[in-house]
Design a protein around this ligand. Sequence first.
Ligand SMILES: [Fe+2]
Length: 179
Amino acid sequence: MKATQKSAPKAAQAKPQLMKAPAMKINIGIDDKDRKKIADGLSRVLADTYTLYLKTHNFHWNVTGPMFQTLHLMFETQYNELALAVDLIAERIRALGHRAPATYAEFSELSSIEETMGDVSAEDMIRLLVEGQEAVVRTARSIFPAVEKASDEPTADLLTQRMQTHEKTAWMLRSMLES
Ligand SMILES: [Fe+2]
């Protein structure tokens, strides 16, 4: 500790040590209201993506039947992709100046995807994952008007990539159900 700090008056020493400096105002050309609206939308995309990630991992672990090897590996590819995606979505929320939701309680509150409990057949797993992939696309698409209105190109770019991936994965999963 520096000598000057040692001799500080008692009142100054009593100040809370962890007091945070006020946050610097964000000035990226998107007004506060629009940033909040987009961050709220992205939080729902994050919750959907995280819920789908856990569901896909669950199915990777618990799948059974003659398709085991194919599905076990396919689900692994999918949950790895989702794990990378949640990071990008959360960090876009932070770049917009908002806190990223990051608890199961918040995710279950925000997500449009229901959790799957108990045993599920391999075929139902595929069906549930198609529905989950499609649900994320709908949530992402629903926030596009706010994103476009604010000319938020980085979020539009992220959402476009997410929608492309989810629509493609939904098609691949859906194709497995066709004879
Ligand atoms: Fe594994």
